[in-house]
Design a protein. Structure first.
Length: 302
């Protein structure tokens, strides 16, 4: 990036806001340099999906401590010198995917991602991946499935109680005894909640039992680490297997008995506490006055 662009980019680290979908076109050649610590780095390569003749979806794993990401790409591999033809705008750290558009059809591209911390230090580049755009009329929905096939993905996540989630998928799931079903659940602040058990409740539904209850009005991310449909197609954890949801503001739709600190539980416990209303205060005052009268009378007759 040019010096002016770099300055604008650094300022953007402090004001960037998240969006529900992200699309970027080429912004010019850039040489990626890094100055972050060794542990501020990607642990896995990004994933390409939803490939068309002019666009692609790139997803990656979260880097702890990051405040933003940037996608670097071009028609020439940059493994040797880190120089890419194009780079995206700054992506807010709450997002772990982006759509690159205005690509050329039937062309091979090379992609890597970098992260930025609060001091604008850039991480080392992720492992480089490659993909080839299709004809203008063709689409590949999933790199792990045949061309034109429907990718297995999460359609919805519902909290049926404070410690249970119902997850609905786009296709019928593998129901064999050896079926793999692995999940990761965490809040936006990074706290992880253990999924203690997983049960198939319908052909495309799973019930997840949680080791600890959810909290009201809180954002969570559910990631499917391992899951197959009935045809053996696997889900992509970083793309179709990731789903963000927010718990409701009230406990009406959740199981009050299993909710930590809910109003119903507090009201039940309150019944066992001693009463301290106005009537009890008046009785106490009268008892004190009566006691003083008795003491005064005893002094007079002694």
């Amino acid at each position: 990036m040019k010096k002016t662009q770099k300055a604008i980019f650094m300022a953007a680290l402090m004001i960037v806001t998240s969006t529900s979908s992200i699309a970027f076109a080429a912004t010019g050649s850039t040489t990626v340099t890094t100055s972050a610590t060794a542990d501020f780095a990607f642990t896995a390569a990004p994933v390409a999906s939803d490939i068309t003749g002019n666009s692609v979806k790139i997803a990656w794993d979260k880097v702890e401590g990051s405040t933003g990401y940037m996608v670097h790409y071009g028609k020439v591999s940059a493994k040797a010198d880190g120089k890419y033809e194009n780079d995206s705008d700054l992506i807010d750290a709450t997002e772990t995917w982006a759509t690159l558009d205005k690509l050329e059809a039937k062309t091979t591209y090379y992609v890597a991602v970098s992260a930025y911390d609060k001091d604008a230090n850039e991480s080392p580049l992720s492992d480089e991946i490659t993909f080839t755009t299709t004809d203008a009329s063709a689409t590949v929905t999933d790199m792990n499935s045949a061309s034109g096939a429907t990718a297995l993905s999460v359609k919805s996540v519902n909290a049926t109680s404070a410690s249970k989630l119902e997850v609905v998928f786009s296709a019928e799931l593998d129901n064999s005894p050896a079926a793999k079903r692995e999940f990761k659940l965490s809040s936006k602040d990074g706290a992880e909640i253990v999924v203690s058990s997983v049960e198939l409740t319908d052909t495309n539904k799973l019930s997840l039992t949680l080791a600890s209850p959810l909290e009201v009005s809180k954002d969570y991310n559910l990631t499917v680490l391992a899951l197959n449909d009935k045809d053996g197609n696997s889900i992509q954890a970083g793309v179709d297997g990731q789903f963000a949801f927010t718990t409701p503001e009230t406990l009406d739709s959740l199981d009050a008995a299993s909710w930590s600190g809910n109003a119903a539980a507090v009201a039940t416990d309150a019944k066992a506490l001693p009463k301290t209303g106005p009537e009890q205060f008046l009785i106490f005052a009268l008892a004190m006055i009566l006691g003083l009268i008795v003491i005064s009378y005893r002094k007079k007759i002694s």
